[in-house]
Design a binder for this molecule. Sequence first.
Ligand SMILES: Nc1ncnc2c1ncn2[C@@H]1O[C@H](COP(=O)(O)OP(=O)(O)OP(=O)(O)O)[C@@H](O)[C@H]1O
Ligand SMILES: [Mg+2]
Length: 345
Amino acid sequence: MSSPTKEQILDALRVVQDPDLHRDIVALGFVQDLAACDGVVKFRLELTTPACPVKEQLKEQARAAVAALPGIRQVTVELSAKVRSSLPPGNIIGGDVRNVIAVTSGKGGVGKSTVAVNLAVALSLTGARVGLLDADVYGPNVPVMMGLTGKPGGSGKKMQPLIAHGVKTISVGSLIEDGQPVMWRGPMLHRALEQFLRDVEWGELDYLIVDMPPGTGDAQLSLAQLVPLTGVVVVTMPQEVSLTDVRRAIGMAKAVKVEILGVIENMSGPVFGEGGGLRTAETFGVPYFGSLPLTPEVRRSGDLGVPVVIAEPESSIAEAFRNLAGQIAARISTRQAATLPVLEV
Ligand SMILES: Nc1ncnc2c1ncn2[C@@H]1O[C@H](COP(=O)(O)OP(=O)(O)OP(=O)(O)O)[C@@H](O)[C@H]1O
Ligand SMILES: [Mg+2]
């Protein structure tokens, strides 16, 4: 019996659909380096993000689809990912940064920094190249949460980000002396953010996560003016009763034409209740990513400088953060697929 040709193999692979992009993996151009000889088949699936929540499922479906053809003796599938850029070329950022995601909220203390840090680390653990920019120049928390010590190095005008838990990180907190108050005003804040985007050697990044300061003021406006954001993730508390603060945050994002990727409810559980995040998302017609429970491990690991996704990877909160990272990455891929041309193979 003769073994299938490459065309026959590709045809068989067309039954495998990406559940988010709603197209088959061949039309999406995911199948790469296909080699077939005497019933032994090898190929690579190049996904749009290494954080794809269904990557193992796609791999198995692809393997099974080919294995079911007559005359196949062996199928080897490799996974890789190429994250697309949602930023126009020639933007201000120093390096090749493909997506910028701001973590914001209407109010202070709801867990923006906690979410930003764990999201960055969770994405990095999937193999993505990730940066974290602490835009909270008045109350930078990222150095403590990431366990950063020392100052960013650099030559000339360029600054080297510090690397912690696999994430390239920059924060005013790493630049000022301990305890020195930061009393910048609007224009200086704008300059600081500009420098963090332009003068830091970010290199190649799939995702740059920006931890926003509380409120909907200067920093939000400056960031949106400086760089075309891929989108914002809005963090809310469960007991969001009036929705006034969130409304302001979402209104701000809409005013500067930034996409709201979705809403996360933080600190859910018996203490603060639950449901505010979902209600917020429904009210504003934006996606809901789910909730993160109020758990002591979060504060403990934050204080120790080891984000909970690394400190306690088996915990349910770590699982929730990984799930969140997958959903956000998938949402970005879906948005890009809706606007970018699809390769026909
Ligand atoms: N899910 C959670 N469970 C327990 N503690 C949490 C959780 N999320 C955040 N915290 C704790 O709540 C406090 C505030 O969180 P965080 O600093 O991330 O909020 P923030 O929104 O960034 O605050 P700010 O507006 O001041 O920047 C921190 O001590 C953090 O460890
Ligand atoms: Mg914060």
